[in-house]
Design a protein around this ligand. Structure first.
Ligand code: KG4
Ligand code: ZN
Length: 332
């Protein structure tokens, strides 16, 4: 069974071909138009998707040695995300499926991140705990099987990636800030500045990152923007460490509480070198196995959407063609 997966929920235009649950191609076109605005501008994202979608899909088909008539179904993200951005991929996918007379499958972007880890080799075994950390979401999920998952905790304010992006903006590092902070943090001292860690109530698996963000804001207000590159690196390393400490402690707690052996991470922030390193160490110490998707599958990508589309088609699921974009779609 060959599926085309399409992802346009934010600022990545992506398409992939999945055949029998394996990736044949995955094309990601990141939009650089947002950089000068320090964040994603929804209107510009929609227009860029509109311009890019046909060529991205064509390239995915070509790289996957897949003719358009070889497709058995088309899957596209229908939420959560920016409505104008979602509509581009969703409508393209629906129209293509309609034209070819094949099933269309709407996919929840968060399910894409959640199950993308199964694309790796080796893959975690059910049940496992997954930490999804992106620019829009931070949540811990207990995954008992395909489409059998429970949310254990989530952020009450900013997503971890949002905190990275906002702190990077404060420090004049541009957008997206996560990768810039990650790179600078590698050269800094994570113990130089003691930023707060918000663990919230003792037994909760919820997160809060607005306090850390505000602490950096106050630091910059009181000390000025770091002019010295080594001080800048220390600020980045110390900020990153406080976010990573919270993510690692809560993820381990979730793994202990549920008694799982396997732990997975997904979403853009799971590309963070500090997080990968610290979580790896903590999992090993606790006798857990950690599974991390390749960076290409951590960020928003069509492969994860095609893969969930494939899982759904295996269960005979198809979506009606009047399916519309849902900005606030939750992980059900
Ligand atoms: O999953 P994703 O591509 O899009 C969303 O669904 O949000 O995640 C993008 C987020 C951005 O906030 C970006 O700054 C962050 O992931 N990010 C990182 C790193 N790479 C991307 N954050 C920290 N360290 C990184 N290396
Ligand atoms: Zn995402």
């Amino acid at each position: 069974m060959t599926i085309l997966g399409i992802e346009t929920s934010c600022d990545e235009t992506s398409a992939a071909v999945i055949r029998d649950g394996k990736i044949c191609s995955n094309v990601i076109s990141s939009q650089y138009v947002h950089r000068k605005y320090g964040g994603v501008v929804p209107e510009l994202a929609s227009r860029a998707h509109q311009r890019l979608i046909t060529q991205v899909v064509e390239e995915a088909l070509q790289n996957g040695s897949c003719g358009i008539r070889d497709l058995d179904a088309v899957a596209a993200t229908y939420g959560p995300g920016l409505v104008g951005a979602l509509l581009v991929g969703l409508n393209f996918g629906k129209a293509l499926a309609y034209g070819l007379g094949i099933p269309f499958v709407g996919v929840n972007h968060m399910e894409g991140h959640l199950y993308s880890v199964l694309l790796g080799e080796p893959a975690p075994e059910f049940p496992f705990v997954s930490l999804i950390v992106s620019g829009g979401h931070t949540l811990l999920v207990h995954v008992r099987g395909p489409f059998l998952h429970d949310v254990l905790g989530q952020t009450r304010d900013d997503a971890a990636g949002e905190a990275f992006d906002k702190v990077a903006k404060m420090l004049g590092l541009g957008y997206p800030g996560g990768p810039r902070i990650d790179a600078l943090a590698a050269q800094g001292n994570p113990r130089a500045i003691r930023f707060p860690r918000s663990y919230l109530e003792q037994d909760t698996l919820d997160f809060s990152f607005s306090g850390i963000k505000t602490a950096v804001l106050y630091y910059v207000r009181d000390h000025g923007l770091p002019g010295d590159p080594s001080v800048l690196a220390d600020v980045c390393a110390s900020f990153q460490q406080s976010v990573v400490d919270v993510l690692v402690r809560k993820t381990l707690r979730a793994a202990m509480m549920t008694g799982v052996r396997d732990v997975a991470i997904a979403g853009g922030v799971s590309a963070n070198a500090g997080l990968r390193h610290e979580l790896g160490k903590a999992c090993t110490a606790a006798g857990k196995r950690l599974f991390m998707p390749h960076i290409e599958f951590c960020m928003d990508n069509g492969a994860m959407i095609g893969y969930v589309g494939w899982l759904k088609r295996n269960r005979g699921i198809r979506s009606p063609l009047d399916l519309t974009a849902v900005a606030g779609l939750e992980l059900a």
